[in-house]
Design a protein around this ligand. Sequence first.
Ligand SMILES: Cc1cc2nc3c(=O)[nH]c(=O)nc-3n(C[C@H](O)[C@H](O)[C@H](O)COP(=O)(O)O)c2cc1C
Length: 320
Amino acid sequence: MILSLAPMEGLTGHVFRRVHAECFGALDRYYTPFLAPPHVGSAFGKKAAAEIDPESNRGLNVVPQLLTKDAEAFVWAAQLLAEMGYREVNLNLGCPSGTVVAKGKGSGFLRSLKELDVFLDRICAESPLPVSVKTRIGVADDAEYEAILAMYLKHPLAELIVHPRVQKDRYQGAPRQEAYGKTLAVAPFPVAYNGDIFDVEDYEALVATYPATRHVMLGRGILANPALGRMIRGGAAATREELERFHNLLFEAYREEIGGNAVFRMKEWWFYAKCAFTDPLAVHRAVRKARRIDEYQAAVDRVFGTQELADVARFNSQLS
Ligand SMILES: Cc1cc2nc3c(=O)[nH]c(=O)nc-3n(C[C@H](O)[C@H](O)[C@H](O)COP(=O)(O)O)c2cc1C
């Protein structure tokens, strides 16, 4: 089984994946959060360049993800990525954010199937790298997926990663796993599942229902429980020491990268990581007010010194 880390803007960038792999063992594959391709003829911008710098990703199997509806820019970016040694490029057709959708990108591209069909024709023919797609199953209604899937089936995709929600679901409601099952049954190319795999039981239930599953992408589940991949493979849950070491290395690496803003970056991580404790709200209250590095460090020391770890660390979307 291939286990990969989902692309999550602001959360699962190069710092996170390096520290995660060091502390909990590398997953089989890591996807970068979405990158905007540069203008044709230009290099990637500073932030994207740092994300894909081979030096920051050494030893990890990383697939860069692009968010665009401009085929020429996609192909140009794929050329740059091929020159850097990448072996696959992923297209984001899932992002539900209002501003992205309004521009017809991410899941907004699913509204214009004819245009998307032409776009995929072109990038699959001209990209020097195999193209995989991460998709939602529609914009407003899952009935849209029949036409969307029929369109995908015409293209030589390297892989189709299905997050079986529609754009309007955002991250709410149960994923419509049947849409994934249908894709798995009919697609001539590899298919991956993504959505709400938060513990070993969720994983086992998915695989029991769809035994042909070959790739599961984990997102919030790994943020709440960085040992989830290891546990799915039969290994142990994270100990307090492991979790604290992971936190400390992550914080240190973010400080090196972005200085004092590391506190805000870490607070985004705590939104998920608090679920590893029996009293997530107490953890949330302890870290939320910290602004300066010393305040933050004191809050975190209190959390690791006093809060009990939950028996099962599991992301819970109700706790916000
Ligand atoms: C804060 C946040 C940022 C995300 N950023 C991206 C992104 O850059 N590209 C993408 O394809 N999906 C993005 N996603 C979606 C995730 O990759 C994934 O599809 C989603 O979280 C469902 O999987 P999960 O239930 O395992 O978390 C993001 C999700 C969240 C919550």
